[in-house]
Design a protein around this ligand. Structure first.
Ligand SMILES: [Mg+2]
Length: 417
């Protein structure tokens, strides 16, 4: 009934070869104004009103806002003070990561139950590969059923875009929102993108937009008319990547979400130790350095674990699920709590490992409201110094008595275990 493949002709060594290509069906799902929707689950009186989630301090920033607030020109990343000038009736709520983490997990569990291959690209966004399902179920029908199940079981509004690839599907979700769905038929990718603003291409940020628009390029169809070489000549390597996306081409695969994806660091002592002052300092330094790695990669963790190896080589580990965070203070507390839960003071320690897992992107949004003004300023200053002088340059006073020489396991190597 459905055709799930098509033929594309290639000229190879002067011979036209028809190659059978499997059509892909990639869904992008995104929860609508996620933080606001979660708050509305807790307090229905917020329904239909302009709501802003953001920092309540002087320099607070909007992390998320309802569509009612957006109608006044409010958008995320805007200073809260400006947002309240634009929309004085808006209800300002300080965010709470624990609630959003809980709902994010509920949605993830439903998706994991219903589909074989999905990627959790942020706290409220998913890519699902339904290729091959087409002939049995129909991927649009499957996506629709999944979307309705999520809404029914969590109460949260969610939108999706379905197409041949990730980029087109993500842009389609943006067009479907709020609370709707769109399917872009195979072969229609370029036509769908043509009338849209170049801003809709995920990698076109403010800077690139300024460069392109200063040359009169505002619509994707204008980009489509250039050749790839012209784009590379004009804008360098990036120009080529933007051109490819503008054509509606994206071969990147959906990467299976794994709670095992992690970053970790370990410390082996030259001499086995029971020096608790030193160990405390090292735990602080390890927790902070990993938190810095998260912030640099715009990632959040929701599970911390610790491993202790004693001088007799016996090894013990323990983990703890936490709300999504990159907050140093919270993470230091969690790591120390785990350590003391596990620690046997009768034995000498040979090695300590700290690991953050269940990683997702989107640290930026959560950080906007998570930190108190003072600590957030402190971390910003510390991160700036690390960028300038290297990751080990800055450790809190407690970490100073430990010469920190932990090794960072690489994100891709260690992470894919
Ligand atoms: Mg969203």
């Amino acid at each position: 009934m459905f055709l799930n493949f098509f033929f594309r002709s290639y000229l190879i060594y002067g011979v036209i070869v028809d190659i059978c290509i499997l059509k892909r069906s990639i869904v992008h799902m995104d929860l609508d104004s996620f933080f606001v929707s979660c708050e509305r689950m807790l307090d229905t009186s917020l329904n239909g009103k302009p709501v802003i989630i953001g920092g309540k301090t002087e320099r607070g920033v909007v992390a998320s806002c309802s569509y009612e607030a957006r109608a006044f020109g409010v958008h995320s990343a805007m200073p809260v003070r400006k947002a309240l000038t634009l929309c004085p009736d808006a209800i300002l709520i300080a965010g709470q990561s624990a609630t959003y983490s809980k709902y994010s997990k509920m949605v993830t569990d439903i998706i994991a139950e219903d589909v074989p291959l999905y990627e959790k690209s942020s706290i409220d966004e998913f890519y699902i590969d339904l290729s091959g399902m087409e002939q049995f179920f129909g991927s649009y029908k499957l996506s629709t059923e999944l979307r309705h199940r999520i809404m029914r079981e969590t109460g949260l509004p969610i939108s999706f875009g379905l197409s041949e690839n990730k980029t087109v599907s993500k842009i389609a979700t943006g067009e479907a929102k709020p609370n709707n769905q769109i399917k872009i038929e195979h072969g229609q990718e370029k036509a769908f993108l043509a009338p849209l603003s170049i801003k809709k291409i995920p990698m076109v940020g403010t800077k690139t937009f300024q460069v392109l628009s200063s040359q009169g390029i505002l619509k994707i169809e204008q980009l489509q008319q250039f050749s790839k070489d012209q784009m590379i000549q004009k804008f360098g390597k990036m120009g080529g990547v933007i051109w490819t996306k503008a054509q509606g081409i994206d071969n990147s695969p959906v990467k299976q979400y794994s709670t095992q994806k992690s970053i970790s660091t370990e410390r082996t002592f030259e001499k086995d130790t029971v020096d608790m002052v030193r160990i405390n300092g090292i735990l602080t330094a390890m927790a902070e350095s990993l938190a810095y790695q998260l912030r640099k990669k715009n990632l959040l963790t929701s599970c911390v674990s610790i491993k202790i190896r004693y001088s007799d080589f016996s090894t013990f580990s323990q983990q703890k699920t936490i709300p999504y965070t990159t907050n140093d203070q919270g993470l230091i507390g969690d790591i120390k709590e785990l350590f003391y839960r596990l620690y046997n003071p009768r034995l000498k320690i040979r090695l300590i490992e700290v690991r953050y897992s269940h990683l997702v992107s989107g640290g930026y949004q959560i950080n906007l409201f998570e930190d108190e003004e003072q600590t957030s300023q402190l971390y910003e200053a510390m991160d700036k110094m690390r960028e300038k002088f290297g990751a080990q340059a800055v450790v809190r006073a407690a970490g100073l008595n430990a010469t920190y020489r932990g090794r960072f396991s690489s994100f891709s190597g260690e992470g894919e275990k």
